[in-house]
Design a protein around this ligand. Sequence first.
Ligand code: ADP
Ligand code: TYD
Length: 219
Amino acid sequence: MTGRQAAPGLFISLEGIDGAGKSSHIASLERLFAQAGRAVVRSREPGGTPLAESLRALVLNEPMDPLTESLLVFAARRDHVVQVIRPALARGDVLLCDRFTDATFAYQGAGRGFDLDVLATLERWVQQPDGAGGAALLQPDLTLWFDLAPEIAAERLAGARLPDRFEAQPADFFRRVRAGYAARAAAEPGRFARIDAAASREAVGAAVEAAIRERGWLA
Ligand SMILES: Nc1ncnc2c1ncn2[C@@H]1O[C@H](COP(=O)(O)OP(=O)(O)O)[C@@H](O)[C@H]1O
Ligand SMILES: Cc1cn([C@H]2C[C@H](O)[C@@H](COP(=O)(O)OP(=O)(O)O)O2)c(=O)[nH]c1=O
């Protein structure tokens, strides 16, 4: 055997309420890893495969009840996990994903008030290799949580783009979503890095880079 052992795959998700600044930082994160010689895959949820992107269009635009919404985001996630995420991690790539399952607990669970036990069951079905029992649950190695007050996010989004079904929700909805993220972060503090998204773009970028560097992933 010659050469270095391949680096293990890394799964990093970006989370936060709409307008928190995730999309603004994903490209610089990709550059950081690329400069460190890593192959990077950028993806998003709902979406990331042709099937999942079709489901995304429905979830973002068609009225539906919270169970239907939850089933569709998890169906999209299953296809994404099988077709994109697991293969990328098996190759040793860095997978940067704009949202993952924490968004379902925050939006469908805390935001819509949908049953968290049902979501936890769907999470197990979708994130275990054979759909049930045994092997470990696939979770991000790191979740960058862009935490921002809903009032500031709404100001940033005003005029920036046409609101979808979620972005059109009132501030109270986003207060619940934010609390949902806070609960997930409190339950798994080792996986989450909270980023103060109210800071300037430069300061947010520096905090994101620091969260990656302190884990030794850019060495
Ligand atoms: N730190 C920041 N300060 C001020 N405005 C910002 C900051 N970060 C992002 N924005 C702006 O806020 C809006 C929402 O940012 P975006 O990255 O699209 O959020 P998200 O992907 O989380 O919905 C965009 O218009 C963006 O230019
Ligand atoms: C992944 C996921 C997203 N969502 C919502 C959150 C967002 O409002 C929307 C799409 O997310 P996002 O890609 O952040 O939207 P945009 O491209 O407009 O920034 O889907 C859920 O409700 N549940 C989920 O499980």
